[in-house]
Design a protein around this ligand. Sequence first.
Ligand code: HEC
Ligand code: HEC
Length: 422
Amino acid sequence: MLGVAYGVATNQWTGQKLDVMERQVEQAAAIASEAEAKAQTEAARVAEIEAKAAEIQEQARLALATASGGAVSEPAPAMSAGYGLGRAAHPEEIAAWDVDVLPDGRGLPEGSGNAFDGEEIFAEKCGSCHGDFAEGVDNWPVLAGGFDTLADEDPVKTVGSYWPYLSTAYDYIYRSMPFGEAGTLTPDETYAIVAYILYSNDLIDDEFELTHENLAEFNMYNAEGFVVDDRDALEYSQWRREPCMENCKDEVQVTMRSVFLVETPPEGGSNSVMNHARDQALPSFTADGPSFIPAAAAQPEQEASAEPEAQVADAGADLLKDGQKAFKKCQACHKIGDGAKNGTGPHLNALFGRTIGGVDGFKYSNAFKSAAEEGRVWDDESLAAFLTKPKDYIKGTKMAFGGFKKDEEIAAVIAYLREAGQ
Ligand code: HEC
Ligand code: HEC
């Protein structure tokens, strides 16, 4: 009994399950056919769009071919020689770039115009910047006048006074003016405008008809004012030295760093040239407002205060400190103090009253040797002069130091030399 009941139940269940599966299959089939239909319509649309794109491309190609007046039918062949890169330019491509006008008139488009018509066009399109008479508004360029000012300190270079060829005026204006609206002028308008500029320069009367045929014949005022640059032939040989190619020096040694040869400031260093400039530019503030007098120059006044000696001592210590700092520019070459020896330069001990070029065993330049023979000695005055411009004070010195720019530095370094070299 139990077995039968089970069998019935099982059969029933199996039947239900089959029903369900059948329905699922039907649904799947429906979905599949729907999807297929969708795919078909989409494929059709894609094909349609592709066809349209091809059509547009073809139209564009035809339009381009017509516009450039030639047939751009097939891509140019790859270059056969060399590396096979690139291709020869089409004549149309070259024509698109080749728009310049040469002094002999090549490149001028056909056309003509006179100053009478040009005046109106110029007033409308150019006058707002260049002035109605080409005289220039505010700081906009002047296009007329300025004759015979080219050798002046402040020459007035205009189309009339300076430009050697009229073709440049045509070319420049046609391609780049009106400023901000370049490319809007027709050839006839340009001829008329150029004629008007000549007229403004009193070079033609207003009836002169400027054309592509006579433009190049126009002799400009300054045509002879330019020379071919022949410096390479005339001057180059005079300042060029033949490089040494054989039996040259055996070894090349770095003898000095540019930091010590004056100008290159050491990293963020306080004795850089730039910092001096900055120090000078900074105003110091007083009760009356900013003062541009350097602090050092203001010091003498303070000496009159209640404790003069202490003040002077302070000022002296400051001076020595400044001097020590300034001596950084010297210490690559000079030693000073106990046991100082000669280096690139002679030691600087006991310098005051010492004969110029007087350290035994140091190889001085001839300039220094003759100063020694004359018996000249170092004192404040001669040192100050020497350290301002070493090469001026002792012509031919081999001391590679450019000189101090500020008197305060010289005063400080001299104080330091006296103190440290006792
Ligand atoms: C909006 C102002 C403006 C207008 C309008 C204008 N220009 Fe100019 N023009 C300039 C400026 C700015 C320069 C200088 C451009 C430079 O140096 O690059 C210049 C330069 C020139 C020069 C060269 C001057 C020289 O000696 O170097 C000529 C020639 C010239 N313009 C002619 C014209 C003509 C012709 C028109 C009208 C068709 C015109 N400009 C319209 C602003 C203007
Ligand atoms: C690049 C190396 C170099 C630097 C930097 C340099 N000197 Fe000299 N200095 C020399 C040489 C070399 C001589 C010898 C000049 C000669 O024979 O022509 C010399 C000569 C001198 C002399 C003369 C000495 C004597 O015996 O007559 C003085 C003073 C002197 N230097 C001071 C200074 C001071 C101060 C500084 C720094 C501000 C300085 N030098 C920077 C290389 C240098």
